[in-house]
Design a protein around this ligand. Structure first.
Ligand SMILES: [Zn+2]
Ligand SMILES: [Zn+2]
Length: 154
């Protein structure tokens, strides 16, 4: 079963529990990431959204805030191939299937790797902690596109 999404109050409580003050920038970053849900935002995208509501919070502050929150373990950093680094809430453990042809991404729940983790533990005593695994391949649209005859052949 997937864990329930935290509320903003939960996130602020976690911030304080880790000894970080709930500054405007930190609250704004956590609020935006909560709203973003499954969408992964780059620092620039986050800064643009936050700046709209909090004109005093500048890009450099957002970058520093992201570093501090990542270091505190509240947010996770993810990168797809040559794309810019993106951020999401650390409690949201999930994986991705990424199409190498068009870049489409599918979010996969953490549970899909449970059988792999069990097997590693059973056969090797290995405690796997997979974070944000990316499985590359070809999405349905691209498979169809490759299989479909070109217009001249129809
Ligand atoms: Zn992700
Ligand atoms: Zn594709």
């Amino acid at each position: 079963m997937a864990a329930a999404r935290p509320t903003l109050d939960d996130l602020f409580a976690e911030l304080r529990a880790r000894g970080l003050r709930a500054t405007t920038a930190r609250r704004a970053v956590l609020a935006e990431l909560l709203v973003a849900g499954d969408t992964h935002l780059t620092a620039d995208e986050l800064a643009r959204r936050i700046h709209a509501d909090h004109p005093a919070v500048h890009l450099s502050t957002v970058y520093r805030t992201l570093d501090a929150l990542a270091e505190a373990g509240l947010i996770a950093v993810a990168r797809f191939a040559d794309q810019p680094v993106t951020y999401h809430l650390a409690g949201d453990v999930h994986h991705h299937a990424v199409c190498t042809a068009c870049g489409a991404t599918i979010n996969l729940p953490a549970e899909v790797l449970a059988p792999v983790q069990r097997r590693l533990a059973r056969d090797h005593g290995f405690v796997a902690d997979p974070r944000h695994l990316t499985i590359t391949g070809t999405c349905a649209a691209c498979v169809d596109g490759a299989a479909r005859p070109s217009p001249s052949e129809r």
